[in-house]
Design a protein around this ligand. Sequence first.
Ligand code: ADP
Ligand code: MG
Length: 731
Amino acid sequence: MSTIRFKATEEIMNRRPVHVELPSVKTSRYFGENVFDSQKMQEYLSKEAYENVLEAIDRGVKIDRKYANQVASGMKAWALERGATHYTHWFHPLTGTTAEKHDAFFEPAENGGIIENFQGDMLVQQESDASSFPSGGLRNTFEARGYTAWDPSSPAFVYGRTLCIPTIFVSYNGEALDYKTPLIKSLNYIDQKASEVCQYFDKNVSKVNITLGWEQEYFLVDESYYNARPDLYLTGRTLIGNASAKDQQLSDHYFGSLTERVQNFMRELEVEAYRLGIPMKTRHNEVAPNQFECAPRFEEANLSVDHNQMLMTIIQKIAKKHHFRALLHEKPFKGINGSGKHNNWSLLTDTGVNLLAPGKTPKSNLQFLTFLVTIIRAVYEHADLLRASIAFTGNEHRLGANEAPPSIISVFIGTKLTKMLDELEQRVDDTTKMTPEEKSELKLDIGKIPEILLDNTDRNRTSPFAFTGNRFEFRAVGSSANIASPMIILNTAVADQLAKFKKETDQLIKANNIKKDEAILRVIKQYIIESKNIRFEGDGYSQSWIEEAARRGLTNISSIPGSLEALLCPKTLDLLRSNNILSERELKARQEISLETFTKKKQIEARVLGDLAMNHIIPTALKYQNTLLQNIQGLKAVYPPEQFKAMAHHQLDTIEKIARHVNTIRENVVEMINQRKKANQLENMKDMAYGYEQQVTSYFPTIRYHIDKLEMIVDDEIWPFPKYREILFTR
Ligand code: ADP
Ligand code: MG
């Protein structure tokens, strides 16, 4: 009987090409057609209702009941025309995915028959039982209710035949059970604090939006091979397997031309994204074989987060249609690059100014410097919390693995800006008033920033948090993560620092009787000095940086449970609790959920690895050993002893090798199971997570090593699982 591996290959060979249906019209003709955007709102709503929604979006005010009914009925009419039969509140529980529970529009009418019904209260709020979502103790079973509430700032959309309404998800007591609730709070907070600081420079600014542009990396593998690898379909990554003879060493996949099959997939993905209003802009091959990246144009952050969640869903759906499986795991394959998600982040005023792009006048450049330096200061202050915000299982294999930024948070700004900050530090006098000459000279130099940046071509791809000309790029985020998690922390940390900046500047103006500009420069200088240690321009992948960072007192936490400790340290509580973003209970719950998810994922991996080893690999190895033994017996029967010895020594050697590997695998699996049992007995979630990390997963590399050795020894004909060379090189 042939192995599942050969059956998979056969399936692939016999497969017919997928028929792709692409629109024949220009993208602009169907872009956003499945979104209830402002244009459609104007069409389907009364003027008052429309204005009420806009007000709710811009100012966060509550929607009037009367208008809610109107909006619901307009939305329903539009959705029915688009073929929708159901509606759902669409939310982001802490599982990291999106959730939906569909309700049909139809209801029995009073006079018999059936009508399509959708009222304002169904739009605004829903009680979803949803008691199986992780709550980290925020909901007891006797009060398992969770509520979803409409987020008008992200437009409703039709996906398939369902009207999806973006919502927040909270407990009976109003505690957040999702990512969106604290994200929106953090966006309001930074809007408020950034707008206040903008008043120093431009009185016309009344709102500051966060702009976010993500870049999503992923792998595509053929579904037949995927289905033949229990580790892939049960854990999202390979637990065994060798880098094949050829992997990414020639860099011939990176930016290479796309195969027809992949191009067809990408085209359909983009069309589906465009219909949903996701402005996909770039696509290319990534470094590893069968690894790809796509990115939209940046958008307002809340919408951008929703769009990323949607894209992760449709990537998987369209991949299936093309007989691929999309892997969003951070490290699906050993020995080649893993996947990340870069978060390009900036601030945009309602007057149209990107606060991280240098301006035309010294004044606007001082504004640029204010934001740049305050952000660096904030990242310095809350580096550990930022690290915790990206601590998802999976990312631990990637960070610091010579392909992704290390677990050390540092900031890169380029040599020219570094020089500028060094000079400011030298030239700003924070004890005596500056002379008019000193001031105008300094202003002149600050005015030169745009030229400096024009020339600022150095890009450091090894930095976790890099300034890239008109935005910061947070590059350490995992490919499967809900990007709201790091964005909540970044927004809040920066907002908090902006509030401090404002306070300190105002105090200086008052106490020292100095002008605004001079006070701002003094605070900037102070921030430059205080946060110097977080700035690093060198190679973030190098060993010397690890040592240097330790000397600077920067933390380098590669452990997931270890980095989650930062969620409950006093500094975090002070930041998130006092600014009303997340309470201590909510933070505790989040830590608990993350630890539990980590533990469960490691538990599943350990079980799968044990099963692969004991029930698949060892029997296969023994089968091959038997073949060799038979061969030896045959040789012995036919040849005289001297000749037999010369002929059989290779087989004998291999038989012994197999025995050694098999025994080592078995011993380690047995020991791993013992440790798992011990860890399962631990009552405290944190102890259990540490137990799994330190006691259980420590067996993975040894077991894998010996299995991978066997893969190189055993007859290819009987090896059960698709090998790396097959999974990574089917196109
Ligand atoms: P690279 O790979 O060079 O970093 P990409 O073009 O792949 O560049 O991605 C850059 C991302 O940064 C895009 O999503 C882009 O829209 C986004 N971006 C550009 N300007 C801003 C900005 N001001 N704020 C947020 N994101 C931005
Ligand atoms: Mg980038």
